[in-house]
Design a protein around this ligand. Sequence first.
Ligand SMILES: [Fe+2]
Ligand SMILES: [Fe+2]
Length: 232
Amino acid sequence: MMKALVLGDVHADISHIKFAQRKAKENHCEYIIQLGDFGYFPQTDWGQAFLKECSSLCIAGVPIFFIDGNHDDHWSLSQEGGIFKVREGIYHLQRGYSWLLGRRKCLALGGAYSIDRNSRVLGVSYWEEETIKYRDLELASRAEEVDFLFTHDCPLESPLEDYIPLFDCNHTISNRRCLDIAVSNANPRMVIHGHYHLRYSLEVPTQNGRSRSYTGLDCNKNRNSSWLVIEG
Ligand SMILES: [Fe+2]
Ligand SMILES: [Fe+2]
């Protein structure tokens, strides 16, 4: 049996990485899967400082594998559907990458739309590449059936609106619709996402008579609700 710690948005908060490493050690986790808005900004001094310190913590502790959110520098990331080492101990899980945690199949599919784009600057604080593209879905569909799907945004199938009102924005809805397509292709038993900075967990019935569990994790601002341990 293998365990991994799943962690919500970090927003380049190094104290949150320290917290997650502590929890990973206490719970005997082999590695951390981070759900996007990791804080990957290698073009800035503060981003470099974060990555440097984070790398030291991961070398001393366990590695971190992050998917991209909307608050990550997409121009410094590529999306080939694989896994990419950004620093020692820190890896980017590109959209559509699948792997095994013990005997359980996992699939990564990052990306979300920044609803506050008007107050952001292209290439500095938002990137066109932040949303899921057709090619990402095509890469993800190669995984076929999986146990765990890790996303930044939340599929529309999730009961998220039981907790917060729907973001009535066409771009958000179309990104979430892309995730619905990925869900119907991969038929995961569990979907875990970040982005909404909200902790919830609910099962929903699916068309094939099975149920699917949805879990949203909170962010660095609400540490105790920002993580969970999964077993493979
Ligand atoms: Fe976030
Ligand atoms: Fe986000």
